[in-house]
Ligand binder design. Structure first.
Ligand SMILES: NC(=O)c1ccc[n+]([C@@H]2O[C@H](COP(=O)([O-])OP(=O)(O)OC[C@H]3O[C@@H](n4cnc5c(N)ncnc54)[C@H](OP(=O)(O)O)[C@@H]3O)[C@@H](O)[C@H]2O)c1
Length: 298
């Protein structure tokens, strides 16, 4: 039952994220307020009921948004400021794979790193959900993009999303990439050393994911002399009002680009909710490009 500014949503699509895998393994408990035993950081669907303080949404509205958990279910209750309308041009099930990765990438690139048209951005793990969102957002904004992946096929597919230069992940990355204004690092670990070496003076590195590990040795001399900025970001752990700000920016600046087909959801597979375990195994395999979305409606 939605109270105050909450809406009840009948879920059409719910993206699967790396965080869900870690939560299922018992290493990433749900934050306070989120159901501890139902994963799911994002959803799309139809509003089924509204709380008394809801201002702009009505029963029947098509919406998508972010959650602290609980999205992989038939219904979710979500605060109005954490969701917005799905443009009619978007398929409602596919829309369930949009919010988490596009809010994360948009907030990191533009909210935090202040990426500008004409700047050069490096995206590690460019074939991931966040990576495929980031390359499209940077491309549409007029930035030049270079991406890395360990899989050549993913690099080819990323080129079709606007990636300007594709570099196979490996030891020579730092020799092949240079003069970068912003690094969006979804991999972490040893990649941090590469990040610091390829940035121009004054460049900014944002750590978004830790697929290669949470520990790294860094050259503080390089950080200092090149006056680099190194920061981390996390969407799930933010207080509600900060999440609302990131979602508002996504709704105002990103969603209209979906309506105009300048951006598109990158969906590897839609899987019925009853087969959630298969979807998790598929994501874990690392062979996906873009998103896997669970569909409670089958
Ligand atoms: N900070 C936040 O708020 C936030 C929000 C969303 C996601 N994330 C994080 O961002 C990262 C990407 O998430 P996602 O859901 O987009 O991932 P995803 O779609 O599952 O893709 C991850 C990709 O990273 C690459 N990879 C995996 N392990 C790697 C390793 N050890 N070294 C190098 N590359 C590796 C793989 O591609 P190749 O094998 O082709 O290289 C894999 O396909 C995750 O760490 C996730 O937790 C953070």
């Amino acid at each position: 039952v939605p109270v105050s500014d909450q809406v009840l949503v009948e879920v059409a699509g719910a993206g699967v994220n790396r965080a869900d895998l870690v939560q299922r393994a018992g290493r990433y408990p749900a934050p306070p307020g989120a159901p501890p035993d139902v994963p799911g950081l994002e959803f799309s669907g139809t509003v089924a009921a509204v709380g008394p303080a809801v201002r702009s949404l009505e029963t029947g509205a098509r919406v998508f948004g972010i959650l602290g958990g609980g999205g992989q279910a038939s219904h979710v209750v979500v605060a109005e400021p954490h969701c917005c309308r799905v443009p009619r041009e978007l398929d409602l099930v596919e829309a369930g794979g949009v919010p988490e990765v596009f809010v994360t990438a948009h907030d990191a690139l533009f909210g935090q790193a202040q990426l500008q048209a004409g700047e050069r951005v490096l995206i590690h793990g460019v074939g991931s959900g966040v990576g495929t969102a980031a390359v499209q957002l940077a491309h549409v904004a007029g930035a030049w993009t270079v991406g890395t992946s360990r899989t050549s096929q993913k690099l080819e597919r990323a080129r079709r999303l606007g990636l300007d230069d594709a570099v196979a992940a490996g030891e020579d990355m730092a020799e092949r990439i240079g003069d970068i204004d912003v690094v969006l690092d979804l991999v972490g670990g040893d990649y941090l050393d590469v990040d610091l070496r390829v940035c121009r003076t004054g460049g900014c590195v944002i750590i978004v994911g830790l697929l290669a590990g949470a520990r790294a040795e860094i050259d503080l001399g390089r950080l200092m002399s090149a006056r680099l900025c190194l920061r981390g970001t996390s969407l799930r752990t933010r207080p509600d009002h900060e999440k609302a700000r990131a979602v508002a920016s996504f709704c105002a600046r990103v969603v209209p680009l979906f309506a105009r087909a300048r951006l598109r959801p990158v969906i590897e597979e839609i899987v019925p909710l009853e087969r959630a375990a298969d979807a998790y195994e598929r994501l874990k395999s690392g062979d996906t490009f873009g998103k896997i979305v669970l569909a409670p409606g089958g």
